[in-house]
Design a protein around this ligand. Structure first.
Ligand code: G6P
Ligand code: MN
Length: 430
């Protein structure tokens, strides 16, 4: 066990109650720790701080919660910075989704041009955090959930700050989806998802440590035509076509045009729906903060959302050497991607951070797709950091969703104009 100071940037995030639950579960490993919440929205930060304080109090664990008024105050002397903010909130996300859709391109929070626009807002904040840490907490680790997590992580590495781990728990939910679809029953499932964030694949699933021998046969027996849920059917069709299990974001690559049309025809985007729903979550958190049992009636992220972040912090703090799937520099983990690429792979996480495991080459037949997405991400990270319009255009033109330079130009112009006030780097960039 070790006492740590954990700064949370995005302390007002609606996902935080799930993370606090994760901390309570690992209370022994975190005994004596202090969590400092900071958010640009002090009202949301206050609600979450009150709820979190009540949660740890009722659980009787040795973790304290407090809030900080400024980012430097939150970071001062911390051991970990957990970044989990959404720059510009749901309104900015909704614009990221809408703008590509006007040009026939999937508009999505993390993948494609929508994710690029988000990266342009996230990356400068992460770079600011890294530069503040140089002065006030040079040994701290950044544990990042802020999306697009791979691009953010890459930009921070390339700024010279090495102590960052990029996280996403999509693979946890995806494996549960595959448990259901392939009728894998109970038992602990594990898979070595490899590739890039929201673009990972696996050929094998282990149940209680043993490879599921008939995975291919189970997959072949599924009939996507008989499935009620269209996204389940899409996922199964991709899996059967590739003979690999894909991350659920694969649907945007393999069904791009029909999903773009569906999203454009829908009355609201995901960000718009959530923007409307969020006040109800905070009302539930307010109520839970003064309840005898501080269990909100609704909570973002669902059970287990915070576990990966908390496990990562514990693994570093207590030198656990634990195997976790993270976004980190490739080194030689994936043989056919550059060493400096940020990849999502299994890694052993201990005091010196994640050590990615050698996973061989990216499986065929997605080697080309993964390489293409990486080339986009590499340029996107640079563009988001420098504010270079020219590099931004290169990034968008390279993304597999964008099949015309004309569309790339229009999306970029509209995106930069819409978000101009939030993107100072593009006002001075080349
Ligand atoms: C998954 C992804 C996250 C993403 C989230 C969006 O958890 O892995 O990267 O932010 O879904 O969920 P939402 O409910 O906001 O659409
Ligand atoms: Mn994710």
């Amino acid at each position: 066990m070790s006492a740590n100071r954990i700064a949370v940037v995005g302390g007002g995030s609606a996902y935080l109650p799930g993370v606090v639950k994760g901390m309570i579960q690992r209370a022994e490993a975190l005994a004596g720790s202090e969590v400092v919440l900071y958010d640009t929205d002090p009202t949301a930060n206050g609600v979450i701080c009150r709820l979190a304080t009540r949660m740890v109090e009722v659980a009787g664990v040795e973790i304290t919660m407090r809030s900080a008024d400024t980012l430097p105050a939150a970071l001062d002397g911390c051991d970990f910075v957990f970044t989990t903010f959404r720059p510009g909130g749901m309104a900015a996300r909704a614009a990221d989704e809408r703008i590509p859709l006007r040009h026939g391109v999937v508009g999505q929070e993390t993948a494609g041009p929508g994710g690029f626009l988000m990266a342009c807002r996230s990356v400068p904040v992460l770079l600011q955090i890294a530069s503040l840490l140089e002065r006030c907490a040079p040994q701290a680790w950044i544990v990042n959930y802020t999306n697009p997590t791979n691009i953010v992580t890459d930009a921070v590495f390339r700024s010279g700050w090495e102590r960052i781990v990029g996280l996403c728990d999509q693979h946890v939910g995806d494996l549960e989806e595959w448990r259901r679809l392939l009728a894998l029953g109970s038992g602990k499932l594990e898979a070595d998802w490899v590739g890039l964030n929201h673009a990972t694949f696996t050929r094998e699933v282990r149940r209680d440590g043993v490879a599921v021998g008939d995975l291919g046969a189970r997959l072949a027996r599924l009939d996507p035509g008989a499935m009620e849920c269209v996204d389940d059917a899409r996922l199964v069709r991709v899996a059967q076509t590739l003979d690999l299990l894909p991350n659920s974001y694969a649907r945007y690559y393999f069904f791009h045009d029909e999903i773009a049309a569906e999203l454009a025809a829908a009355p609201a985007t995901r960000g718009e729906v959530l923007g409307e729903a969020l006040p109800r979550y905070y009302a539930a958190y307010e109520a839970a903060a003064v309840a005898e049992v501080p269990e909100p009636t609704m909570s973002r992220g669902g059970d287990g959302h915070g576990e990966l972040a908390v496990d990562t912090i514990c693994a570093i703090a207590n030198d656990e050497g634990r195997r976790l799937i993270v976004n980190t520099r490739n080194g030689s983990a994936l043989a056919d991607l550059p060493d400096a690429a940020v990849v999502e792979v299994p890694a052993v996480v201990g005091r010196s951070g994640p050590k990615p495991l050698a996973m061989g080459a990216v499986p065929r037949p997605v080697r080309g797709l993964v390489a293409a997405i990486h080339e986009y991400e590499w340029v996107a990270a640079e563009a988001a950091a420098t504010g270079s319009r020219a590099r931004a255009l290169t990034a968008l033109a390279l993304h597999p969703f964008v099949r015309s330079l004309e569309a790339a130009e229009r999306i970029l112009d509209e995106g930069l104009a819409h978000h101009a006030a939030a993107l100072p780097q593009f006002q001075t960039g080349g």
